[in-house]
Design a protein around this ligand. Sequence first.
Ligand SMILES: C[S@@+](CC[C@H](N)C(=O)[O-])C[C@H]1O[C@@H](n2cnc3c(N)ncnc32)[C@H](O)[C@@H]1O
Length: 227
Amino acid sequence: MTELGSETWRTFPVNKLPSSLTLDPAILPYLRKGDRIIDFGCGTGKACTELLKQGLKNIVGVDVNKLAIASAAQRFSKIEGFEGAFIVGDIRHLPFANESFDFGILQAVLTIIPSPYERVLALSEAHRLLSPRGRLYISDFGQTWDSPIYRERYIAGAKETGYEATFSVVDRENYIPPYYAHHFSVQELTDLVTNAGFKVLMEKTNRLGFRTRSGNVVNGIIVVAQS
Ligand SMILES: C[S@@+](CC[C@H](N)C(=O)[O-])C[C@H]1O[C@@H](n2cnc3c(N)ncnc32)[C@H](O)[C@@H]1O
């Protein structure tokens, strides 16, 4: 399978980057005042803006897309009291010391890392960077086999990519470069975090609760885990 992962995202048009997701209120009981937060694959800082509204100011956003980071850095530099930073980096290997953060966010990011091995790398890096009892919030797209559109995509995608529920997204009409997306099963996502050394604190499925960027409705999965 062609690697259409991070390379595609380095140059992805910035205005098309933000995900269709917002932080789920289920995150709130797990956030602590003063948490040092890292937003893995932050894009233009959508989740960071929501965290700021919760009074959290120490937030580092990391993304492979330079223009997205420049845009977030400029916007947040004007916000009084913001103590974080925006850094160009690859979440599979980041230039921070072990246990530098207390809370990690992965919102609509694992879905666009098409190979299972690359996702394992991202999760092990998240585990290395979080302090003991640090928490990781994951919000991502769940497999929706009862949707005829997605069932067809999963079947065609498996033939193309060799991976179940991994498929190419092609949307020329909206000038979006082609990329691969993966939809998770709950078991797969919880195995991914536990195999990286996390303990699952909470997991829930929002049945048909997530809208994709193309407007389709699919299942959503939220996981909060502790290192
Ligand atoms: C669908 S967007 C979601 C952005 C953001 N989390 C949000 O919810 O708006 C996925 C993001 O992951 C970034 N990304 C993809 N691969 C990455 C990698 N290996 N390291 C860092 N960022 C990556 C992309 O550039 C993009 O900004």
